[in-house]
Design a protein around this ligand. Sequence first.
Ligand code: PLP
Length: 382
Amino acid sequence: MSVPRPYSPRTLAAQALGHIDNATGGLVPPIHVTTTFLRDPDNQYRRGHVYGRPDNATIREAEAIIAALEQAAAALLLGSGMSAATAVFLALKPGDHVVAPSVMYWALRNWLITDAAEWGLRVDIVDTADLVAVRAAVRPGETKLVWLETPANPLWTITDIRAVAEIAHAAGARLAVDSTCATPLLTRPLALGADIVMHSATKYLNGHSDVVAGALVCGYEDAFWDRIKRGRGMRGQILGPLEAFLLIRGMRTLALRVPAACASAMELAVRLSNHAGVAEVLYPGLPTHPGHAIAARQMQGGFGGMLSIRLRDGEAAAIAAAARTGLWKRATSLGGVESLIEHRGSIEGPGSPCPLDLLRLSVGIEDVEDLYGDLDRAMTAE
Ligand code: PLP
């Protein structure tokens, strides 16, 4: 008899793991809002819930779905992507050395070089796409964590997760990957050797721009994971149950939204490469992108819904083009069903590797002809 195949991520997400509410038979899980739980008469808490800061059934439902999507040993939800990322760094000890990428989510890079350094972490920022640079930065016995983001904001730099995992592990360090833009559908960093994966669940996992949330998953539960979990509970870096419910609802359509965004992003990347107003398109799906070969290997089913364009006429032209779009909304964030355009240099500020002529595009699920037409008009209008 053949062994049944485990359900695919698409199936698991669509049914939110298929859990049925015990009390009512409801197909949609209830939102658990209680902050406190009844003790057993003999003073125990056998049902595993004591107090709302660490314990919430709606949060656990959402965590179970994310763990299943990443095929992880465990998942934790936190109040935002930044909250999730900082929880990992704060589980280290002052004096520990960490390596992080020069191209990454700007607020986390700023936090690492200011607050985290002040708190005692020794932080080296390197181009993680350059394995020679990673090897030179990692210090055997001293480096405790290597952090990656791939594809990385806002240049969509690709890092070889498997190669960096080998370098990190050989030095006794863990590897954590911000996989927000890859989503659990396009890349599974744990299978490539990462120890921890982080998502800003505000983006693709939720997908509707109405929840701020963060997620962590691990390949195995150990003392470091326990420290992260304890830190979340102690510092109260938690998500509310209403947000967890919206996140569960959003994840049901992840496997429809992400391929749609990837297909449109690829088409826009090709068409924009031939646009007179565009000097360069940054998208890992294009063979001209420096990370294309690695992306083709470590991403399945698409190269993501994010791309950036550099305008031939510079910063002022980029800001003016963004001002003229109608369909593309001029807003930060990414990964929602609606397409967003952003002059990224205005938000990242000094010290950012982002060129000032760059517009970042988060491709939604609208008709690609409408999206291209709106951009074309915005770039060609005088
Ligand atoms: N990582 C990436 C790649 C992001 O784009 C963002 C937010 O834009 C974050 C982390 C931080 O997530 P949050 O805004 O949910 O704190």
